[in-house]
Design a protein around this ligand. Structure first.
Ligand code: ATP
Ligand code: MG
Length: 465
């Protein structure tokens, strides 16, 4: 990895004015102050940081006084982690006093924090060497842990003894996977061995924190490689992954085991280019790819010819996704979309427009755009024989496009007739109105009528009478 030089960095990624100003104010008050953590890593990699954290020798109460003296509004969270947040027009900046974290008895948060005098002490609480770089207001980088060398080599390595560091906070195990996936960095062998050893402690970590890391892992560009190496770790959160590892499908449509197939499908979900940051995958699609075949082992049956059948695996996969994602407190809409994609991933309608229309009504036309991507990635991760299904998918997608061009509707409420129209045609108010609308919609789907106001009114009249 070739890092940005200090000159190129200054031109391309000048430190934002508000950050420079605060570094300057703290410096003028006689304190050390640096940009720390992810922002320095990102600037060196030529990426645009999404937020800036400042670390300083200044105690929280003095920081608050310095900000107040300059007329800057702030939020004082000092009692929690020694952090004072400056509230500025172009975003908030957290200013944290150099600190040493105390013992972690809950593997999540330090029992106490002590303010430290120096950057050398502050660096020891940070997770990985690449996240332990400090930059002063002139852009000069302080590297105490060898973070620059690791950034150049593309290596994730803990600051200090990995087993101790994961023992303090097991979330760091998933953070290592997330950074590895996002940047395509390799996890150092000693760090990886400790991750596997401490993985059981992930059970102590809160659902929300796990969910956010899991999303970061599956969306990153190197997700397949990271999960291939870290499958045992991920199995602590999703046990079905371990069952899929090495699971032979005994099918001529498949030429790799269930987990390998899953990872190839995940790799087939396109990466979206994001200006200034790493490319990433759509979270719903990436999560659906991970779960789409996890139901296969429980549905597996071998017939007398030695061929494997996995009937019902999409529904089983949907149940697994629902259980895991709900347990991890993913937002309901997210869970719903992932579950629908998993449930529908193996359905290829017969090649007629009406069947495709009904299919779109069931899955939703917007979600169908994502389903197409998942189905294509799925087909491409089959054997050569299995890939023949692609023609069917393409034809189905052409029919779906044709329906869209024709202005097809996918719900009774979008027909050119309303509930009030039905009532004014003589239908009594109440559930009967909905029934008439549904009957009209069914006739429309069956191709017996078109979505035309006059024709709908005439048919409605016939139904009501
Ligand atoms: P991102 O780009 O995802 O925000 P980041 O490195 O900035 O990455 P943050 O979660 O914003 O990550 O944390 C900022 C810094 O705080 C990290 O770079 C790291 O030095 C430190 N840090 C955060 N979480 C932990 C943790 N669980 N254990 C140790 N250090 C941590
Ligand atoms: Mg950050």
């Amino acid at each position: 990895m070739v890092l940005e030089t200090s000159e190129s960095r200054r031109d391309k990624f000048p430190i934002p004015g508000s950050v420079s100003m605060i570094l300057g104010l703290l410096g003028a008050a006689g304190h050390e102050a640096y940009i720390a953590g992810g922002a320095v890593r990102d600037m060196l990699l030529g990426l645009v940081p999404h937020d800036f954290d400042i670390s300083s020798s200044c105690s929280p109460d003095v920081t608050a006084k310095v900000l107040a003296g300059a007329g800057i509004r702030y939020l004082d969270n000092a009692s929690v982690h020694g952090t004072v947040t400056a509230i500025l027009e172009d975003g908030n900046i957290e200013i944290t006093t150099f600190r040493v974290d105390g013992k972690y008895s809950d593997l999540r948060r330090p029992d106490s924090v002590t303010f430290a005098g120096s950057i050398e002490e502050d660096v020891r609480r940070r997770d990985f060497t690449v996240n332990s770089l400090y930059m002063d207001k002139d852009g000069t980088v302080r590297d105490i842990t060898g973070g620059i060398k690791d950034l150049e080599a593309g290596l994730i390595r803990t600051v200090g003894n990995p087993e101790e560091r994961f023992g303090e906070d097991a979330l760091r195990i998933l953070r290592a996977m997330r950074f590895s996936s996002r940047f395509g960095f390799r996890i150092d062998d000693e760090t990886f061995a400790a991750m596997e050893k401490c993985a059981g402690e992930l059970k102590q970590i809160s659902a929300e924190r796990i969910a956010s890391e899991l999303t970061g892992i599956v969306c990153g560009k190197d997700a397949p490689a990271v999960i291939r190496r870290c499958w045992k770790i991920l199995s602590v959160i999703i046990p079905e992954i371990a069952v899929c590892h090495g699971f032979d499908q005994y099918s001529k449509f498949h030429d790799r085991d269930c987990l390998e197939h899953t990872l190839d499908v995940l790799g087939g979900i396109p990466l979206e280019q994001n200006e200034g940051s790493q490319p990433s995958r759509d979270p719903v699609l990436a999560t659906a790819a991970l779960f789409h075949d996890l139901g296969k082992p429980e549905c597996f049956k071998l017939d007398l010819n030695g061929t494997g059948h996995m009937k019902g695996h999409p529904e089983a996969g949907k149940r697994i996704a629902l259980r895991v994602l709900t347990g991890l407190r993913y937002p309901q809409a997210f869970v719903r979309e992932v579950c629908t994609l998993v449930e529908f991933h193996d359905i290829f309608t017969p090649n007629d427009k009406s069947a495709v229309h009904r299919f779109l009504c069931a899955c939703g036309p917007e979600l169908y755009e994502k389903l197409k991507i998942l189905q294509k990635a799925d087909i491409m991760a089959h054997s050569e024989l299995g890939k023949k299904r692609l023609a069917r998918l393409e034809y189905m997608s052409e029919l779906a496009d044709e329906l869209k061009r024709e202005g097809a509707v996918y719900q009774a409420k979008d027909l050119e007739i309303s509930g009030n129209d039905i009532i004014s045609l003589g239908c009594p108010e109440g559930p009967e109105v909905g029934n008439v609308l549904e009957m009209l919609f069914e006739k429309y789907l069956a191709g017996e009528i078109v979505n035309d106001r006059d024709e709908l009114q005439k048919t409605a009249k016939d139904i009501i009478c």
